[in-house]
Design a protein around this ligand. Structure first.
Ligand SMILES: *Cc1c(COP(=O)(O)O)cnc(C)c1O
Length: 421
């Protein structure tokens, strides 16, 4: 199947007489005829459902769909994008280990690694993603267990050179995890460029309507945990499952199985079946919406670039974009609906612009059907000093615009009148 067909058809396929639409299995638990039947599930000897914290048929259908979309061997849904990043990192790292992460990442990921996981003994180095292959490889230490980056970073909109990062990671026998939230598998499939694990906040374009928080981890099945020699937890017996060895028992699915049966079991960052149903509705139109977001954003970015009240525009899809070579390679069909730009007149003018928007709403969210805007300096980042703002690349004039799928001319009209005001 081609990707548009997978959006609609992958995952759930009813047998004769079953519901046409994927059912919401709203049950915490599942019934068995004998203790022995259920016991086999607890020993991981049989596949099936016994408790929704670990898995649920509704999750299973959507996990299969997302694995198909990304080209992976398996996926696991989580309650949020934060939980997906947390579990992906913790599946490979223990206290005393180290993570090498692109400095151009989502603020939540920056805090997760730089603050919270540090408290639990997992160290991090942030590296400029424009560093050379040699510079990246040189930062990988003996205890470094993974590399992490975002295909299109939120909010800096920097494009990751996935092949360069993958080569650097593989030169030291560690995996590359790519957060593919903004690109979605419609615009880029990081496994095709050597990434080993993909994570998403499904709260963004995948859900696409700002209805349900969620996340997902996808396993390419390509990383050889046994050959690496750096991941004894994958290759030695797990006492909490009568000594099974993940690489031996689950082969290409070692990572995603371990993530579920150990960490989801213990952390319980499980989505709600109802939310997974909403996510699936979003996935069915993902290919249509993402293309519409990209087309609209390109028009809007072009309008902003030519407006005399706008000082600068950052949209990777513009010919003037700093990453245009990377865009050609990794994102030939579009670069999402998110744009950032600066208005003439700094902080005061930016606030006046925001307050005059009529169609575009002021919200912290991005990447849903409705156009929305954020002025970080006066909202999400308002506690920061001028110098701190400069350090994280957020000017006082910066507006983040998430272009929706309304008519582009209506979006442009709204921006025009707010700029004039
Ligand atoms: C929003 C976001 C997250 C966090 O996801 P939540 O669903 O809000 O927990 C992680 N990574 C990226 C790139 C995001 O945009």
């Amino acid at each position: 199947m081609r990707i548009e067909t997978k959006c609609i058809q992958s995952g759930y396929s009813p047998k004769s007489g079953e519901p046409r639409v994927m059912p919401i299995v709203q049950s915490t638990t599942f019934k068995y005829d004998s203790c022995d039947d259920m016991g086999k599930l607890f020993d991981l000897e049989a596949e099936g459902y016994f408790y929704t914290r670990l898995s649920n048929p509704t999750f299973g259908y959507v996990e299969q769909k997302i694995a198909d979309l990304e080209g992976g061997v398996g996926a696991m849904l989580t309650s949020s994008g934060q939980a997906a990043n947390l579990i992906a990192v913790m599946t490979v790292c223990n206290a005393g280990d180290h993570v090498l992460c692109s400095s151009m990442v989502y603020g939540g990921t920056f805090n997760l690694l730089g603050v919270t996981l540090k408290r639990f003994g997992i160290d991090v180095t942030f590296i400029n993603p424009d560093s050379s292959y040699e510079e990246i490889a040189a930062q990988i230490k003996d205890n470094t267990k993974l590399l992490l980056g975002e295909t299109i970073s939120n909010p800096a909109l920097s494009v990751l050179d996935i092949e360069k990062f993958a080569k650097a990671a593989h030169s030291k026998n560690i995996p590359l995890i790519v957060d593919n939230t903004f690109a979605t598998p419609i615009l880029c499939r990081p496994f095709e460029f050597g990434a080993d694990i993909v994570v998403h906040s499904t709260s963004k374009y995948m859900d696409g309507h700002a209805t349900a928080l969620g996340g997902v981890i996808v396993d390419s099945g390509n990383f050889d945990w046994a050959a690496s020699g750096k991941f004894p937890e994958f290759t030695t017996p797990d006492d909490s499952y009568h000594g099974i060895i993940y690489t031996e028992k689950f082969g290409k699915k070692a990572f995603i199985t371990k993530a579920g049966v150990q960490l989801m079991r213990d952390l319980g960052s499980t989505p709600a079946p109802q939310n997974v149903f909403l996510l699936n509705l979003g996935l069915e139109t993902l290919h249509l919406r993402v293309r519409a977001h990209c087309e609209n954003a390109k028009k809007v970015a072009g309008f902003l670039e030519n407006h005399d009240k706008v000082t600068w525009v950052n949209y990777p899809g513009l010919e003037s974009g700093k990453d245009r070579e990377l865009v050609k390679k990794y994102l030939p069909n579009g670069t999402s609906g998110v744009i950032s730009f600066g208005v003439k007149g700094g902080r005061e003018a930016a606030i006046r612009f925001m307050d005059n928007l009529k169609l575009a709403a002021i919200v912290t969210h991005v990447a849903d059907a409705r156009t929305c805007a954020l002025h970080p300096a006066s909202t999400t980042h308002r506690q920061m000093t001028q110098q701190q703002l400069t350090e994280c690349g957020i000017g006082e004039d910066l507006i983040r615009l998430s272009v929706g799928i309304e008519n582009a001319d209506d979006i442009i009209d709204d921006l025009e009148q707010a700029l004039n005001a």
